[in-house]
Design a protein around this ligand. Structure first.
Ligand SMILES: [Zn+2]
Ligand SMILES: [Zn+2]
Length: 236
């Protein structure tokens, strides 16, 4: 082992993002140990044709059959369940951007390329407000989006869509309150007939993705494909 590698390893050991097992130097590219890899299971049941939420029967979930979504299609990799909430929490609130890079790599690795069935111009992460950016130091969606951008060679853009209102966290809000909370929360620069991939960590009622899609379409976007790391079981 080169001496420089030895010190690098000592300073920045690469660990499993779930259990913190330290990898040997030759496995520095890994981000999940073999055991923890099994905790991430892509949704393989019947899905809603619009938002990809698991459903028992029919073509659409309750939410998508009762409302007109503005985004064109959403795809989620995992159900927001099991290890997923814990990992998102570790990443977002315990200040572990390395965990987010790992989660982004899990998305990129599992991305079914047949979903990218048209020419996409940009990948846009759902933005956070600049005040929150100062507190947290990073935008979780942007860190994940970077890995998808590398995988499919579509440029990541953070200079098109902005969160201009420092909205409340949505956890305890119902669908109606979410709508109000997100009123005038986003703004976008003019774009001309672009196909966009929007990226976020969790899809719940879809209100955030819809609001972002609304301003992007008003600004000239033609098609919005939303890619989310996880989706809740409950469709509110
Ligand atoms: Zn592990
Ligand atoms: Zn749906």
């Amino acid at each position: 082992m080169k001496i420089i590698n030895f010190f690098l390893d000592l300073l920045f050991p690469k660990k499993c993002i779930v259990c913190d097992e330290i990898f040997e130097f030759k496995n520095r590219d890994k981000y999940l140990c073999d055991d923890c890899k099994n905790l991430f299971e892509i949704i393989n049941s019947r899905r809603c044709k619009k938002c990809s939420r698991p459903i028992d029967s029919g073509n659409f979930c309750n939410l998508c059959s009762s409302k007109n979504n503005i985004f064109d299609l959403n795809y989620a990799f995992f159900v927001y369940d099991g290890i997923i909430p814990e990992m998102i929490h570790k990443f977002k609130f315990k200040n572990h951007p390395a965990v987010g890079i790992g989660l982004g790599k899990i998305m990129a690795e599992n991305l079914d390329l047949s979903l990218i069935n048209k020419k996409f111009d940009f990948i846009i992460p759902v933005p956070i407000h600049k005040k929150r950016m100062r507190e947290r130091g990073f935008n979780q969606a942007e860190i994940m989006a970077r890995e998808i951008s590398k995988k499919i060679s579509v440029p990541l853009r953070t200079d098109i869509l902005f969160r201009i209102k420092n909205t409340k966290p949505q956890w305890h809000l119902n669908a109606h309150e979410r709508e109000n909370n997100l009123k005038n929360a986003f703004a976008a620069k003019k774009i001309n007939h672009k196909n966009i991939i929007l990226l976020d960590d969790i899809f719940t009622t879809g209100s955030t993705i819809n609001k972002c899609s609304e301003v992007l379409k008003q600004s000239g976007a033609d098609y919005i494909f939303s890619l989310t790391f996880s989706i809740t079981h409950k469709n509110f």
